[in-house]
Write a protein that binds this ligand. Structure first.
Ligand SMILES: [Zn+2]
Ligand SMILES: [Zn+2]
Ligand SMILES: [Zn+2]
Length: 285
């Protein structure tokens, strides 16, 4: 029997998924190894509590002009499948560490869906890392076989800019020996991978509804906030709600959540919060 025209010519239904307009979704909330840590028998890694399962830290924002992905983690494919996200309109990078960049190839099916390139908004250091790590995507001539992620670069600086219909304020943050970016969208700020907020950034964190903030573990670390430092920063920012991310296995959800002051909570993969104040202009330093 001859196949029907539908079976041979119809395009597969790509780009199908949830619409996150007006919300921020925590795709991942764990440190660079993920939690559980491979081969670890500690209480967190063997916990039956689903809140102790953390993929690598990333978020998706439903902005007025589309879905904005923050970072492309090595867990990107499983995060998008888990959350039923079929569309990403732009990517914004915090920095060039492996746990924030090396899932870039998983953008390929999102390009199939639209037939368009995905703009990557990042600083020079991130662009250099991506061009090196994913050199096959930028080689001249057609690729052999499976295709490449179709991406373009949009350079960002600490100056505010507009993206997908929202004002974005970059937030300079210290991350050990180098600088990374957090971002403010209306009354929500996203500040992962930091162990220091420089003087110029504090005023940009005023009046927040939600502060997403790095908190690696209970003891000090050279490039991330420990819980005590996260809580001190949270108290100074005084957002209505502070949500801690990038957590390692030293943080067992039930135990640490019980120690937190009012207004501070531990993120979990899949958490969603409303995006508020998006129509407001960027705060001025
Ligand atoms: Zn990280
Ligand atoms: Zn462990
Ligand atoms: Zn990092």
């Amino acid at each position: 029997m001859k196949p029907t025209a539908d079976a041979t010519t119809a395009r597969p239904p790509l780009g199908i998924g949830r619409d996150l307009t007006g919300r921020m979704l925590f795709l991942g909330t764990g440190t660079s190894t993920g939690v559980p840590l491979v081969g670890c028998g500690c209480e967190t890694c063997t916990s039956g509590d689903p809140r102790d399962n953390r993929t690598r830290t990333s978020a998706l924002l439903g902005l007025p002009g589309g879905h904005l992905l923050i970072d492309t983690t090595p867990d990107l494919r499983s995060q998008l499948l888990r959350e039923k996200i079929g569309r990403v309109d732009a990517v914004l990078f915090t920095h060039d560490h492996v746990d924030h960049v090396y899932g870039l190839d998983d953008l390929r099916p999102l390009c199939f869906a639209t037939g368009r390139s995905i703009p990557l908004h990042c600083e020079e250091r991130v662009e250099n890392r991506i061009r090196k790590a994913f050199d096959y995507a930028f080689a001249p001539g057609p690729p052999l076989g499976g295709g490449v992620p179709k991406v373009t670069f949009e350079r960002i600086t600490p100056a505010p800019f507009e993206l997908l219909g929202a004002a974005v304020t970059p937030l300079r943050l210290r991350h050990g020996v180098f600088d990374v970016l957090g971002f403010r969208f209306g009354d929500v700020a996203y500040c992962t991978d930091t162990n220091g907020i420089p003087d110029e950034t504090w005023p940009l964190l005023a009046g927040l509804d939600v502060l997403v903030l790095d908190c690696l573990r209970l003891t000090r670390h050279p490039t991330h906030y420990a819980l005590e430092e996260s809580l001190a920063a949270a108290a100074r920012v005084a957002a209505k709600r502070t949500i801690l991310v990038h957590m390692a296995h030293e943080i067992r959800h039930a135990a640490v959540a019980a120690m937190l002051p009012p207004g501070v909570e531990l993120a979990v993969d899949g958490l969603e919060v409303p995006l508020t104040g998006l129509g407001r202009p960027s705060p001025v330093t």
